[in-house]
Design a protein around this ligand. Structure first.
Ligand code: SAM
Length: 242
């Protein structure tokens, strides 16, 4: 993710809040967005999706307009996304030529964007207040989610994630970010292995799947701010059986 130039940090909104991100979308400062399916998704999720004929359901938290969702649809599976910024969601449908309809729910400040010809639902709402009932989820893919929110809201975010997990079914993949450059404060915010363990360890087992050096990729997309070292650390988190 590379929403990283110093000028981008002169935001009036508190870093990592939904208002902060809405401003990024409005200014088209979406360096986090990738124009291809992400490397870790390709490597770890695609084989799972192509290995079964059963229709799986993948939830993308804070989904933006990630093309990883398209890869799931192409593999014949179901996608649910949650995203707070409407323009990002509309861009997703338009850029991928997916026909959609919208259901509004003013009471819950949630708009539901549904693919007309494909099993895709994206809820446009604040993740922290999301309260729709959703089908049992096989996988949650959280890239640019936990690392994007203000660190003070991590426990709340974790609790929302856990509520969305079906016991003995859901596998939660979190793409965490680590870097050592103390002059850079994020977002993306550092989420190190200890943070993962502290957040999830009491109720879930956490396995580090891969640490992937992102420095070159990050610096190629960053505007005005280069970083010495940054890595993505993919964790697989499943609820412990009680
Ligand atoms: C760093 S981007 C990552 C987007 C996507 N996951 C990807 O990999 O490209 C973070 C996204 O989270 C969304 N977001 C931030 N806070 C949110 C909140 N409280 N509720 C819903 N979406 C939120 C932002 O609008 C933004 O699209």
């Amino acid at each position: 993710m590379s929403d990283s130039s110093k000028d981008e940090q002169t935001s009036t909104c508190q870093d990592g809040t939904l208002d902060f991100w809405a401003q990024k979308w409005q200014q088209n400062k979406i360096g986090f967005h990738r124009t291809v399916v992400s490397h870790l998704f390709e490597k770890y999720m695609i084989p799972k999706l192509t290995a079964t004929k059963e229709q799986l359901c993948v939830l993308f938290t804070l989904c933006g307009k990630t093309l990883d969702m398209v890869a799931v649809l192409e593999a014949g599976h179901r996608v649910i996304g949650i995203e707070g910024c409407q323009s990002g969601v509309e861009a997703f449908f338009q850029e991928n030529n997916i026909k959609y309809e919208i259901e509004k729910d003013e009471t819950n400040k949630c708009q539901t964007y549904k693919g007309i010809e494909c099993p895709l639902t994206i809820y446009v709402t604040d993740f922290f207040t999301f309260n729709k009932s959703i089908p049992p989820i096989d996988y949650i893919w959280d890239r640019g989610g936990l690392v994007a929110i203000n660190p003070s809201t991590r426990e709340q975010y974790r609790d929302c994630l856990i509520r969305m997990m079906a016991p003995e079914r859901t596998q939660l993949f979190v793409v965490a970010i680590n870097y050592t450059d103390l002059t850079y404060t994020g977002p993306p915010f550092v989420v190190n292995d200890d943070n993962i363990q502290t957040l999830f360890g009491s109720t879930c087992s956490c396995e580090l799947v891969e640490a992937h050096d992102e420095t070159e990729e990050y610096n190629s997309r960053a505007v005005g701010h280069r970083i010495d070292f940054i890595e993505e650390r993919l964790h697989l988190i499943v609820q412990k059986q009680t």
